[in-house]
Write a protein that binds this ligand. Structure first.
Ligand SMILES: NC(=O)c1ccc[n+]([C@@H]2O[C@H](COP(=O)([O-])OP(=O)(O)OC[C@H]3O[C@@H](n4cnc5c(N)ncnc54)[C@H](OP(=O)(O)O)[C@@H]3O)[C@@H](O)[C@H]2O)c1
Length: 421
């Protein structure tokens, strides 16, 4: 009989089943079994002498860098047994972010090491994916602060989230109250929402009524910026590429967030920004506020688009670059530095985490969760793709490729989220 009875994985209650079974075992050989557990709080800790069959993990892995469809493959392996200091996770929802793809291509600075150890493969591999929300399904005896049934998000990038289950150290994850927010929001808490939050907070002390200008206005990060800014009374000016459904996207972006602060969301095409509103006065007339203070800009596109938005920043303003979706370099005119005294800086979430404490990270996540709970943040467009645990791993890979085609090279502002059932 298996302690990790399959059905029970779905509810995260395998521990309860394990306990039922273990107690039976205990009755048979009570002197040889050391079992420490409490239903609903702590989990199985030790079960000496009993064979514990852990869940079968299905994962998407790569052993060399390259185009995702060329290097990714599906893998099936047993989850390593629980130790006194480890935690077992069952992933619930995982997003596909541009940085996941860059990492597989080998062009992202943070790359998880390839290893054989955990996977039992002939070649060394790493599990793809950096973000996601998981349910805690097993907690080692010496672990503090986590209980079975908790939700957890990743403390850092590089964990390898595109898998059904994982074993984690407590310092690799952060606890989230289960069910406190919806799964899609929980799955995307630590990258896009956190990036938007930090960029709005860390560069300029924004005042109510100020403006923030950003390109890639329909990206996941930008949608979070629009909502958090609105909650804090900050207006946003969002540039997006010209497209047939421009008006639809414009009204969707304008409907994001809670309007009680009176802040506005302005949407303009890159093309119009370049041709119709080129000069500062034309631009201020377009936004309808000739005294607009625009001290902060966010750039996820780079190339000419970055300079186009920088042009409209107020004197001594900041342009924060956090992405380069166009894969083009930025050519900054000297006048922007000399006469406008603009500051060009970069933001990277991984760097922020490295230089801040887990308590500061926790505080930010709590703030973001509160914004989601009060419905000020959380509305973003996503497509949920179901990933059944029962599905054969080859089928999973095929399914994954399907999702990939929708997310890469361009998501069109619709985040692809993998829901593991
Ligand atoms: N530095 C950090 O810590 C950090 C954190 C999070 C994200 N990021 C980066 O931020 C960027 C956006 O991430 P996301 O998850 O928000 O992405 P996303 O939701 O997939 O959105 C991508 C955005 O980029 C635009 N885009 C794609 N290709 C483009 C091109 N060739 N020229 C101009 N625009 C283009 C898309 O516009 P269309 O709809 O017109 O295609 C869309 O607005 C990525 O580069 C990501 O790596 C950085």
């Amino acid at each position: 009989m298996s302690i990790y009875a399959k059905k029970a994985f779905f509810s995260g209650s395998y521990v309860k089943q394990a306990i039922v079974f273990s107690n039976a075992l205990f009755g048979l050989r009570n002197s040889s079994v050391a079992l420490k557990h409490t239903i609903g709080s702590r989990s199985i800790s030790e079960l000496s002498g009993a064979k514990v069959e852990t869940p079968e993990v299905k994962a998407v892995v790569y052993g060399k860098y390259g185009q995702p469809k060329e290097v990714l493959r599906a893998l099936k392996y047993r989850l390593p047994p629980l130790t006194p200091t480890s935690i077992h996770l069952h992933f619930l929802a995982i997003p596909i972010n541009p940085s996941d793809i860059n990492q597989i291509e080998g062009v992202y600075p943070l790359r998880p090491p390839f290893t054989r150890e955990e996977f039992g493969t002939d070649d060394a591999v790493a599990v793809a994916g950096n973000e996601g929300v998981a349910e805690v399904i097993g907690v080692g005896d010496q672990v503090k602060g986590f209980n079975v049934g908790d939700w957890a998000v990743m403390a850092n990038a590089g964990f390898g989230t595109w898998r059904t289950h994982a074993v984690a150290r407590p310092d690799q994850i952060v606890r989230i109250e289960p069910g406190s927010i919806d799964l899609a929001s929980a799955a995307t808490l630590t990258v896009n929402n956190a990036t938007a939050y930090r960029m709005l907070k860390d560069y300029v002390k924004l005042q109510k009524g100020d403006y923030v200008i950003q390109n890639g206005g329909n990206s996941g990060v930008s949608q979070a910026v629009i909502q958090i800014a609105k909650a804090w009374g900050i207006n946003t000016i969002n540039t997006i590429r010209k497209r047939p459904d421009f008006e639809q996207i414009k009204s969707r972006l304008q409907s994001l967030g809670v309007g009680e602060s009176g802040a506005t969301t302005i949407v303009v095409s890159d093309e119009d920004l370049e041709n119709k509103y080129r000069s500062k006065s034309q631009f201020l007339e377009f936004i309808g506020d000739e005294k607009a203070n625009i001290p902060l800009g966010f750039n996820c596109v780079s190339g000419d688009s970055a300079i186009m938005i920088a042009k409209h920043l107020s004197r001594s303003g900041y342009l924060v670059t956090y992405g380069a979706m166009s894969r083009k370099p930025m050519r900054i005119p000297a006048s922007m530095l000399i006469f406008d005294n603009l500051h060009f800086v970069g933001y990277w979430m991984a760097n922020w985490k490295e230089t801040h404490s887990i308590e500061e990270y926790r505080e930010m996540l709590d703030d973001i969760i509160a914004l989601i709970q009060t419905k000020k943040l959380g509305s973003f467009v996503y497509e949920e793709n179901k990933w059944g645990e029962e599905t054969d791993e080859k089928e999973l890979l095929a399914k994954f490729y399907e999702i990939f085609d929708k997310a890469y090279p361009d998501s069109h502002g619709v985040k692809q989220i993998l829901r593991i059932h």
